[in-house]
Design a protein around this ligand. Structure first.
Ligand SMILES: CC(C)(COP(=O)(O)OP(=O)(O)OC[C@H]1O[C@@H](n2cnc3c(N)ncnc32)[C@H](O)[C@@H]1OP(=O)(O)O)[C@@H](O)C(=O)NCCC(=O)NCCS
Length: 197
């Protein structure tokens, strides 16, 4: 695909390229602005690239290792992608994330078990942080506007359709769409094609 940038875009890309070389060694292209909180908890493989306005937030909640966001090799994430990790968010190699995607392993409060600190009269930001790891396999394509919630595992080779909200695990080599996301197609290796369920 041929890109034809205007002069303003070319200048902005040159600044971003220099910024990438200085602050994100091994990455391919980090577009500015980028908002990163807790950068020491971030690891990424070579070839990493980001669109405009991405926000990567890593918090040491005392849970899990100190690697909070782990991104494999050759991953490309689009504009305004927001990833917030308190325990661990892993993204495998060769993943393509479109724009305006939100991925988090954090919730404010516990709404499953009894918890007197998560009642409606407690301010949400005072409720105890809950975390549950998120893992995304390799060769995954995530469409525009998708949200991936805490505790979700997405297998290798998955496609998540635009606007999906993923709150359950998605098996490898499948296509999942909707809110909540459900599998609609599986790749059949014998016939070498995607089959509708
Ligand atoms: C997920 C996607 C790849 C599916 O493509 P496909 O397999 O050719 O789609 P199909 O038309 O065969 O859809 C299969 C079923 O899923 C439904 N569906 C497809 N995409 C959907 C979506 N994003 N949300 C809700 N339902 C969707 C279809 O209506 C169809 O349902 P039906 O069987 O009840 O009619 C595509 O629809 C999509 O969302 N692409 C993302 C585009 C994008 O974000 N691009 C950014 C560029 S990086």
């Amino acid at each position: 695909m041929k890109n034809s940038y205007g002069l303003g875009e070319i200048l902005s890309n040159i600044i971003s390229l220099v910024y990438t070389k200085v602050f994100y060694k091994g990455a391919r292209f980090i577009r500015r602005p980028i908002y990163v909180r807790g950068k020491r908890y971030l690891t990424y493989g070579k070839g990493f690239s980001t669109g405009y306005g991405c926000r990567l937030e890593m918090f040491d909640t005392g849970k899990g290792s100190l690697e909070k966001i782990l991104i494999g090799e050759n991953c490309k994430i689009g504009d305004y992608v927001h990833i917030a990790a308190g325990e661990k968010v892993t993204i495998g190699s060769n993943c393509l994330l479109a724009s305006k995607i939100f991925i988090t392993d954090i919730s404010h409060g516990n709404y499953t078990d009894f918890d007197m600190n998560s009642t409606p009269d407690i301010a949400p930001d005072q409720r105890p942080l809950q975390t549950s790891k998120v893992s995304i396999g390799k060769n995954v394509w995530i469409g525009e506007n998708v949200t991936i919630l805490p505790g979700v595992n997405i297998g290798d080779g998955v496609v998540i359709g635009a606007n999906a909200v993923v709150n359950k695990n998605i098996p490898a080599n499948s296509i999942a769409v909707g809110c909540p996301a459900k599998v609609v197609k599986i790749f059949n290796k014998d016939e070498n094609k995607w089959m509708k369920l």
